[in-house]
Design a protein around this ligand. Structure first.
Ligand SMILES: [Zn+2]
Length: 377
């Protein structure tokens, strides 16, 4: 039995450290059985052949010929068996694929290198797997996010629709007060009255507001001092609950104007001069103040408060009695004058609604508040 060790490299010596290295090497070779019998035989044959040749050359020791032959046989069988082992390797296991790829390199690389490479390959494979899993997770998360966003959009759209349905539509009433102005704007539960006809129109306007279910006026606008605009305003302010009263920085000595101012004061309110560019809400409709843009006008009509009421894609431009001067100021200021419906300025008088102004407004519809058979031009 002891004689057999004479032919195995590493055990022919008495030196212990050589034996330890040999044992480690042969244990490693046994591990290579996992990669295949061929790999084991090739690896194990290397010291047999190597040391046998060295021994022959150096010491002319003929006894090692047996070792050399054994090594060559092991190597030959190993090489022959190797491809078969590879063929038997299934692709299902990453570990086996990695091992079969490594084995052909056995002849040129040390076992440590092979092991390192196998480990590295396994590590890379594991990393790729982790990356693929992470990417899958990210895709899934994105999908969940997309679905959530889509659901949120549907919900928001539905809510917007419900809101629109609940608040109903914007109503703009051009009340028939003959050669005068009185316009009722309603949206949701809010109402605004712009002008209140002549002194004799009190019952007409009150009756009309009652018929429309108006209980309170959130905003009242007197466009300017003339009687055909604030004539019945005192009566209306006395008859309804009123929020705010807007009026331009303008005054007059007429009884009509005095009555109007008194009614406002008696309600504990003040006349508010709305700045150009300011906006306020009537329900969900937005009202934007566009004029007057100056003071010291020659014609009192140019002091008229001009507003645009916007609701969704529809808008109404209400110009009072604004004339050419005010129109040109609105144009030169570059205000957004475009509107679906234009109330023709100053009851259709030739001094208002100039061509360039009309071009800028570009309305689909126009309303004119004018008396039948009136004497104005
Ligand atoms: Zn007028």
């Amino acid at each position: 039995m002891k004689d057999i060790f004479k032919y195995i490299p590493g055990f022919r010596t008495d030196k212990k450290w050589k034996k330890v290295i040999a044992i480690i090497y042969y244990i490693f070779c046994l591990f290579m059985l996992l990669a295949g019998v061929g790999a084991f035989l090739i690896l194990a044959s290397i010291p047999f052949i190597g040391f046998a040749i060295l021994s022959l050359i150096k010491h002319r020791n003929k006894a090692v010929v047996l070792t050399l032959v054994a090594g060559i046989i092991m190597f030959s069988i190993g090489v022959k068996v190797q491809p078969t082992t590879s063929e038997n390797t299934t692709a299902s296991s990453i570990k086996e694929v990695a091992a079969s790829k490594v084995t052909p390199e056995v002849k040129t690389k040390t076992p440590e290198e092979i092991k390192k490479e196998a480990d590295a390959k396994a590590k890379v494979d594991a990393e790729v797997k982790i990356k693929a899993e992470a990417s899958e997770k990210a895709t899934a998360a994105q999908k969940i996010k997309d679905v959530a966003a889509a659901e949120a959009k549907v919900k928001a759209d539905a809510e917007a629709k419900i809101k629109l349905q609940a608040n109903g539509e914007l109503k703009v009433h051009y009340i028939d007060v003959g050669q005068a102005d009185s316009i009722l704007v309603q949206q949701g539960n809010s109402s605004m009255l712009i002008d209140a006809g002549n002194n004799g129109d009190a019952q007409t306007i009150k009756g009309y507001l009652d018929s429309q279910g108006v209980k309170a006026l959130d905003v009242v606008i007197g466009t300017h001092v003339h009687e055909d605009h604030i004539g019945s305003m005192d009566y209306i302010i006395n008859s309804f609950k009123v929020g705010k009263v807007f009026f331009p920085k303008q005054t007059s000595t007429t009884n009509t104007f005095k009555d109007f101012v008194s009614s406002v004061k008696n309600k504990g309110l003040n006349l508010i001069v709305p700045p150009v560019g300011s906006t306020f809400k009537i329900g969900d409709a937005t009202v934007t103040v566009l004029a007057p843009n100056g003071s010291g006008y020659e014609d009192p009509n140019d002091y008229s408060i001009v507003v645009k009421v916007t609701y969704g894609t529809t808008s109404f431009l209400l110009t009072g009695d604004a004339e050419a001067d005010s129109e040109s100021q609105m144009l030169s200021k570059g205000l957004d004058l475009s509107a679906t419906v234009l109330k023709i300025g100053h009851h259709g008088s030739k001094s208002s609604t100039g061509q360039s102004f009309l071009d800028k407004v570009n309305p689909k519809y126009a309303v004119i508040s004018v008396g039948k058979g009136n004497s104005f031009t």
